[in-house]
Ligand binder design. Structure first.
Ligand code: ZN
Length: 433
């Protein structure tokens, strides 16, 4: 079977394996089953995949595809096998049914990111069957636990099985390579070259406990609420990183608008729904997400706390912390509960040229542009090994599809043609890589 046919079959099989990652070891399911499926598909054509389990059931698969010239630096292609939960009552199809209708394959993970897993599997299987090799070694990694912080997947592999990644200098993975229509027959393909950092912070307020009926001018709940409101409404200043600046310059050129660097939001506002992601990469952000205080309606507690989901630009974490401390004031204590640094690489070199050329060969209206993801992926883990990470899982999308909303969204689905396009682009890319 040709890879462009098999990709649909494999993606469908993967969607039918429920790999829900709840973030809880007791309730997460299916990663082992998916890993065994992937390993079997690889072994069937002559690969020697290894399955690594970090905890029972939390399985990842790694295999090496030897290239024509194994002395060259290797390329890593990585995808995660887990998905976020789906509430079937909200969907118009069974989220784990792998249904095909209206030219789409539907299911949780269809865009995040069993689509790419399937493209890679279908392509390397075809290459093996045809006796074709990539120009250099390619390491294939299909991992667990991306959706809950990578601890039991990519992070585990990087910390305990780093030998698999020896000689790897560059990587491709998720959230990049998709098309954004900007009018006419022009499509931007957003290549992820940077990711914001993740800083989850807890704010703690202390005060004088007491009876809810009495005067109390040192109430922890009041102090915390005021601090949270100040953080939530604060707009951090625009800081243009090289990636975002390059993105804005290219987009302005394509749209034929003059870029005003003092008002970059004007340009971002013209690129459609993807502005939700891009707009968040112009500045640091801090969104309050959780509140905790008190245990009885008529008791003023001695402490109150809140969680703030902060996302920082590359090189900005110290400045950000200083600004946040100033906003919350000296009486509120800050505690980091989770930290992952931002990453950024340059949009140049042979690998980037190979991406652009492969896209253009399959879509003459394609223009590859770098962008920064406002969230985080497994790339953050692989970057710790000194690997240059790119988000490049190519898919051509219909102009009217709000792709960003499908990530973790209801009725997640991928166009069948998009899947097949991705296989063809990856094939060309790999030949030039
Ligand atoms: Zn993902």
């Amino acid at each position: 079977m040709d890879a462009t046919d098999e990709v649909i079959e494999i993606c469908r099989d993967l969607l039918r394996i429920d790999t829900t990652n709840t973030g809880d070891l007791d309730t997460s399911v299916g990663e082992r089953v998916a890993a065994e499926y992937v390993a079997e598909k690889l072994a069937e054509v002559g690969f020697q995949p290894e399955i690594h389990e970090s905890e029972p059931g939390r399985a990842s698969v790694v295999a090496r595809f030897e290239g024509e010239d194994p002395s060259r630096d290797a390329l890593l292609i990585h995808g995660h096998l887990d998905v976020v939960p789906a509430d079937a009552s909200e969907w118009s199809v069974d989220p784990f049914g792998g249904e095909i209708k209206d030219g789409y394959l539907w299911g949780r993970g269809a865009v995040d990111m069993k689509d790419f897993d399937a493209m890679v599997l279908a392509l390397v299987r075809q290459m093996k069957r045809e006796g074709r090799k990539p120009p250099r070694d390619v390491v294939l990694a299909f991992v667990a636990d991306e959706e809950a912080g990578s601890t039991y997947g990519a992070q585990y592999l990087v910390e305990h099985h780093a030998r698999h990644f020896e000689g790897v200098t560059e990587a491709i993975g998720e959230v990049g390579g998709f098309s954004v229509s900007v009018g006419g027959d022009q499509r931007l393909y957003l290549i992820e070259t940077a990711e914001k950092g993740i800083d989850w912070l807890r704010l703690h307020a202390k005060g004088r406990p007491g009876h809810g009926s009495m005067i109390n001018d040192d109430n922890a709940v009041t102090a915390l609420a005021e601090a949270v409101a100040r953080v939530g409404t604060h707009r951090f200043p625009v800081v243009l990183t090289p990636t975002v600046r390059a993105f804005l310059e290219q987009v302005s050129q394509v749209l034929g608008i003059e870029l005003d660097l003092d008002d970059p939001e004007a340009a971002v506002g013209k690129i459609g729904p993807i502005a939700m992601i891009i707009g968040a990469t112009l500045r640091n952000t801090a969104n309050p997400t959780r509140l905790a205080a008190g245990y009885k309606d008529n008791v003023i507690p001695s402490r109150a706390s809140a969680t703030i989901d902060c996302r920082t630009l590359p090189g900005q974490s110290e400045q950000f912390e200083a600004e946040l401390r100033r906003i919350v004031g000296p009486d509120i204590e800050l505690e980091y509960i989770h930290r992952q640094p931002a990453i950024e690489t340059t949009f140049d070199g042979d690998l980037v040229a190979a991406m652009s050329a492969a896209l253009r060969a399959e879509d003459p209206g394609a223009l590859a542009v770098p962008y920064m993801l406002s969230g985080g992926t497994d790339a953050k883990q692989f970057a710790k090994l000194g690997i240059r990470c790119f988000g490049f899982s190519p898919v051509r999308l219909p102009a009217d599809l709000n792709f960003g909303a499908l990530f973790h969204g209801i009725d997640e689905r991928i166009p069948l043609e998009g899947l097949q396009f991705g296989v063809r682009v990856l094939d060309r890319f790999l030949q030039q890589s």
